[in-house]
Design a protein around this ligand. Structure first.
Ligand code: PMT
Length: 395
């Protein structure tokens, strides 16, 4: 369970802190609240104590509080320091390192990520002093949530409203920008290999695994191009999506976009064979048996991995047995940096399922990601890819 130290400062938006604590608890965060003296004029500590399940902290060097959970222990306890609302005065104190109360002292002591959700009158927000302070805090790694634009308690309209509690909680969930400025090419979904104008050969891939990778990679800061076979999923936001149908179309689209990519992940289930001839008219029923002449498709990921300037190349292996053996073989044969192997055709996971599990191999290591939803699995795999990418490029 993650520990959130919530600092509440003295602005009218302090009343929203009650809802914020409730939502954080709902998301399974353990929340301890620190209030400034002026925050207590807007909302009572008792409300926040009842919602957080812990006594509220407000005094620096208070003998009783130091015995229970002193300021240093409180700072050590925190996984996240969130200050919401953060007034212009507190932001100025944080910027200049003043430590004249419990919250500003904690700001100097904590080693964890810090988030601030400013709330103030729009003129105060636009004032150069505030803007300079915000810029300095951002440069030091403090994350800013909001503020939002809209009507303000003072009757004015503009930028300065505290973000809604649900948006603040969502911002805490935002993944680390470990793929910032990285270009990432992903293939997803099945291919369809036409036999005639009405029939095709395909497979059970829904595209969920590849789309989850595209969505999570974008959230981690990557510039994502997703080359997708026919699926019924909504397109991920801020991702360049190119829809294709056949293995040949996927091959040419990948080759067209692969230059300058830092990484490629091939999650698509590409047909290994395609009909040798596509009939222009519907094939008619003839006799009791029929044979189909097939020819091999291009192995897209192997072609990418053979390029002189190849991106960091990650393949998938979908197998019904001997997972490790086949995965290791594909890793070597296709010259991949990583292979993520999954069992398919089982009761749970694999094709068209919301969940999946992966056994991941690279030249000198391996790891397992147990069954979980495909978004979570995509985050875990991307974190590993980023780590292996940096290990390879710093070697
Ligand atoms: O789409 P979902 O329903 O969410 O299901 C996810 C998934 C099971 C499709 C996915 O997790 C997965 O395993 N994708 C790869 C499926 C596959 O085709 O595996 P393979 O073992 O046949 O191919 C090995 C690798 O070569 C894959 O990266 C594949 O994209 C690539 N390949 C294969 C053939 C080909 N002609 N070109 C390729 O690039």
């Amino acid at each position: 369970m993650k520990h959130v130290l919530l600092g509440i400062t003295g602005g009218i938006a302090a009343y929203k802190a009650a809802e914020l604590v409730r939502l954080l608890r709902q998301q399974n965060y353990d929340v301890r609240v620190v209030m400034t003296d002026s925050a207590m004029k807007f909302i009572t500590p008792l409300t926040l104590q009842a919602l957080s399940g812990h006594a509220v902290h407000s005094k620096l060097l208070d003998a009783s509080e130091e015995n229970a959970m002193g300021h240093i222990n409180l700072a050590r306890w925190a996984d996240i320091l969130l200050i919401a609302p953060a007034t212009a005065n507190c932001i100025a104190k944080f910027t200049h390192g003043l430590a004249d109360d419990l919250l500003s002292t904690l700001f100097l002591v904590v080693q964890c990520p810090i988030y601030i959700a400013p709330a103030m009158n729009q003129s105060m927000w636009h004032n150069l002093a505030t803007q300079d302070n915000i810029a300095q805090l951002s440069q030091r790694g403090v994350s800013l949530i909001g503020p939002e634009s809209g009507s303000q308690a003072c009757g004015e309209t503009g930028l300065g409203r505290m973000s809604e509690p649900c948006d603040i909680v969502a911002a805490l969930h935002a993944p680390e920008q470990i793929l910032l400025n990285k270009k990432l090419l992903i293939t997803a979904g099945p291919t369809r290999e036409p036999l005639d104008p009405v029939r095709y050969i395909s497979n059970r891939s829904s595209g969920k695994m590849g789309y989850a990778l595209a969505e999570q990679a974008e959230k981690m800061g990557a510039e994502v191009t997703l080359i997708s076979g026919p699926v019924t999923l909504p397109q991920p936001k801020n991702v360049h999506v190119i829809m294709v149908e056949t293995a040949a179309e996927m091959y040419s689209s990948v080759m067209q976009h692969v230059a300058l990519q830092d990484m490629m992940i091939a999650a698509a289930a590409v047909a290994d064979y395609t009909p040798a001839v596509v009939q222009s008219d519907k094939i008619k029923k003839q006799g009791d048996e029929s044979t189909l002449a097939l020819q091999k498709t291009q192995d897209i990921i192997a072609c990418v991995a053979s390029l002189a300037n190849k991106p960091f190349t990650v393949g998938f292996a979908a197998e019904t047995k001997n997972l490790e053996h086949y995965a290791q073989d594909k890793l070597q044969r296709k010259n991949l940096d990583i292979i993520a192997a999954n069992l398919v055709g089982q009761a749970e996971g694999g094709f068209d399922s919301a969940v999946n599990a992966l056994q991941v191999y690279w030249r000198d290591g391996n790891t397992n990601f147990p069954m979980t939803n495909k978004n979570e699995l995509a985050s875990q795999l991307l974190a590993l890819i980023s780590e292996r990418y940096h290990a390879k490029n710093s070697a």
